[in-house]
Ligand binder design. Structure first.
Ligand SMILES: NC(=O)c1ccc[n+]([C@@H]2O[C@H](COP(=O)([O-])OP(=O)(O)OC[C@H]3O[C@@H](n4cnc5c(N)ncnc54)[C@H](OP(=O)(O)O)[C@@H]3O)[C@@H](O)[C@H]2O)c1
Length: 252
């Protein structure tokens, strides 16, 4: 039986690129996200290569997540990798200008959603144990502060620490846990963050060389296919043309 990867946020960006990368290697795919037509298109693209199960899912809805996992067909229940990828940033403006709802949406998706999916899928990983993985998509924003990072960065710090703490509890189960923390990568991320401002998204990624979704998918595949005795705790990846900046100092 082939390996199975369960991907949240497979309709775009890293999740979709990961689906393609794992399909190339013959893995069976469980693909979820809210945009059903995109899931169908991806299934149409990949089902000739590998078994594909799609499920429309909002990770914020704990009951729906559990129901979707409970309803997984037998051939997709032996999950080898959970890729907790669904997530978003909103509100690039300073904290004092942000609508509370945007903060809630980021927490509900990046924190509560990730916890919902982990809780529902973990029993399936434990059934196999050795060699299985939870791969969480964190961010450099979970480690390094920057203006406008406020709640987004804090949710990714949660992702990092949740993963480290999971490792402590799962150490004897064979289930590995990794925080993959990308820097700037060109996906629909900025389009979502700016609520549809294509020009802002294009401006951010032009005149530099961001990471691509495929770059991150390759790292996810690397982590997932390491020998079972190796656990990458955290993998932080930036484009070579991105680095940190100096401290801000308020002056008279
Ligand atoms: N791009 C970057 O620079 C960057 C850097 C570091 C970390 N990240 C992280 O990488 C992950 C993937 O982002 P991306 O860059 O690939 O952005 P993207 O192209 O916007 O993809 C985000 C994915 O998350 C899904 N999603 C969002 N809210 C959801 C919800 N409530 N329920 C289910 N799925 C949901 C979206 O699917 P639907 O809209 O169809 O539901 C989409 O498939 C995110 O966790 C993001 O925070 C991105």
């Amino acid at each position: 039986m082939s390996n199975v990867i369960f991907i949240t946020g497979a309709t775009s960006g890293f999740g979709r690129a990961a689906a393609r990368r794992f399909a190339e290697a013959g893995w069976s795919l469980v693909l979820s996200g809210r945009r059903e037509e995109r899931l169908q298109a991806l299934r149409d693209e990949l089902a000739a290569k590998v078994p594909v199960h799609i499920a429309t899912l909002d990770v914020r809805d704990a009951e729906a997540v559990q129901g979707m996992v409970d309803a997984l067909p037998e051939a997709f229940r032996k999950v080898t990798v959970l890729l907790n990828n669904a997530g978003l940033a909103l509100a690039p403006e300073p904290a004092q200008k942000v609508a509370l709802q945007d903060w809630h949406t980021m927490i509900d998706t990046n924190v509560t959603g990730l916890v919902n999916v982990t809780h529902a899928v973990l029993p399936l990983l434990l059934e196999t144990g050795k060699g299985t993985s939870i791969i969480n998509i964190g961010s450099v924003a979970g480690e390094w502060p920057y203006p406008g990072g406020h709640v987004y960065g804090a949710t990714k710090a949660f992702v990092k620490q949740f993963g480290f703490n999971l490792r402590c509890d799962l150490v004897s189960t064979g289930v590995r846990v990794t925080d993959i923390a990308p820097g700037m990568a060109e996906t629909e991320f900025t389009l979502v963050r700016t609520k549809g401002n294509q020009a802002a998204s294009d401006a951010l990624y032009s005149t530099t060389t961001p990471l691509s979704a495929e770059d991150i998918a390759e790292q996810i595949f690397y982590v997932a296919t390491l020998p079972a005795h190796i656990n990458i705790n955290r993998l932080e990846i930036m484009p070579s043309r991105q680095a940190w900046s100096s401290f801000a100092v308020d002056r008279d």
